[in-house]
Ligand binder design. Structure first.
Ligand code: COA
Length: 395
């Protein structure tokens, strides 16, 4: 029997702190007028507490998605977290989220495809489900790019924001869900948008820090030209692949990088009605992998997506990469009963207790065998966490 994957839950979270264009004009030589007319962005949310991080934003979005789906965290088989601002090179931020939400039955990994990452992750989740290797997969896009931009570089610092969006994909025998996808890359343009240092090619050194090589570098004009071309092309291809036409598409949810990119590509090149394109970049800026899921969640919550609608999610990013997915939206599931909600709410503290117990057990074995344990205190100190009693990031 044919197997399909359907989106059964969705959630988002942005940190409360808002930075307006006028606020930025206090830091760098720019103006609200320039940013609004050149990008469409008015404000963005950014993390302002050391304890807020990519994982804490992701965990909140993940919990919201689980609550929407009426599922406990233990139902997840896999967590795929797309991010360009992982907490560390390793371990994967997805594992920190897995622990934070108590998804004790889930595998977890990060996916790096820059701003196209969420759609890439969605397609990977679909593949796991239709091949029978997983039934319920959490797909998250989460970023704290504010930690990686050079706040003295007006070419980049005005563009980005922080946030997280998540969806849950579940196997189904009912036709629908993800109908087609297009994934592409062109590494010949790797240099156009990058964070050069801190990896194995250019390890951190005094020199890399002094040169500002740990900040995002971008050729804005070249990325703009690439983006307008691939957004239109990928949309056209994904619609064709599903055996549909653009007239069948009810909503396009594009990567929210720049209003002029969206208008030049999907609106002008495809002659697609602007009122059927979802835009919220004015309030969030470019949240990279989080931009499409945040927009998707807002579109659903605003009633812009109805059961049976055909939606195109399309993005582009560093790599260079691009990605599009065509989704047939399913019927809304009945909300879980209050009793079930209460019961599932208990899974989160239980998950934390389980996690604390595992760490205590590890310490006991280290003591028993007389081995020196890799210091958890040291890990926590480096991460700016307070106690050893809980591994949950400060959500
Ligand atoms: N405020 C004021 N002036 C600024 C500025 C800012 N924040 N940033 C750049 N400028 C200046 C430039 O220095 C330049 O001045 P100059 O002509 O004296 O050199 C002028 O404005 C025009 O710059 P330009 O690069 O031509 O602007 P643009 O119209 O191409 O817009 C971007 C710049 C970055 C907004 C645009 O190229 C873009 O959005 N590119 C895609 C970036 C993107 O999406 N990246 C993420 C990919 S996921």
């Amino acid at each position: 029997m044919a197997r399909y994957s359907r989106i059964v839950g969705w959630g988002m979270y942005v940190p409360p702190r808002v930075i307006t264009n006028d606020d930025l004009a206090q830091i760098v030589e720019t103006s609200d007028e320039w940013i609004r007319t050149r990008t469409g962005i008015r404000e963005r949310h950014i993390v302002d507490k050391p304890t807020e991080s990519t994982a804490t934003l992701a965990a909140r979005a993940a919990r919201a998605a689980l609550e929407k789906a009426g599922l406990p965290p233990t139902a997840l088989d896999m967590i795929i977290l797309a991010t360009s601002s992982p907490e560390h090179l390793f371990p994967a931020t997805a594992c920190i989220v897995q622990d934070a939400i108590g998804a004790v039955n889930a595998g977890a990994y990060d996916l790096s495809a820059a701003c196209s990452g969420f759609v890439y992750a969605l397609v990977m989740a679909h593949g796991l489900i239709v091949s029978g290797q997983a039934d319920t997969v959490m797909v998250i896009g989460a970023e704290t790019l504010s930690r990686l931009v050079d706040w003295s570089d007006r070419n980049t610092c005005v563009l980005f924001g922080d946030g997280a969006g998540a969806v849950i994909l579940q196997g189904s025998e009912q036709p629908g869900g993800l109908l087609s996808s297009v994934l592409g890359s062109d590494g010949s343009g790797a240099y156009l948008l990058s964070l050069p240092a801190g990896g194995s090619r250019l390890p951190a050194s005094l020199e890399t820090v002094r040169n500002g090589d740990h900040y995002i570098k971008m050729d804005g004009k070249a990325v703009f030209r690439f983006a307008t071309r691939v957004m239109a092309e990928a949309t056209r291809q994904v619609v064709e692949k599903a055996g549909l036409t653009l007239d069948d598409i009810d909503l396009i949810v594009p990567h929210q990088a720049n209003i002029r990119i969206i208008e030049t590509s999907v609106v002008k090149q495809l002659k697609f009605p602007k009122e059927k394109v979802f835009i919220n970049l004015d309030r969030y800026g470019n949240t990279s992998t989080a931009s499409i899921p945040i927009a998707l969640v807002e579109a659903v919550e605003q009633g812009r997506i109805q059961p049976g609608d055909h939606i195109v999610l399309v993005g582009f990013g560093a790599g260079l990469t691009w990605a599009a997915a065509l989704v047939e939206w399913g019927p809304e599931l009945p909300p879980p009963s209050r009793w079930r909600q209460f019961l599932y709410g208990l899974f989160y503290p239980l998950g934390r207790i389980r996690s604390a117990f595992r760490r205590i057990r590890r310490r006991f074995f280290a003591y028993w065998f007389g081995t020196r344990e890799r210091s958890e205190e040291e890990w926590r100190r480096l991460r700016g966490e307070k106690s050893t009693s809980s591994s949950e990031p400060d959500t």
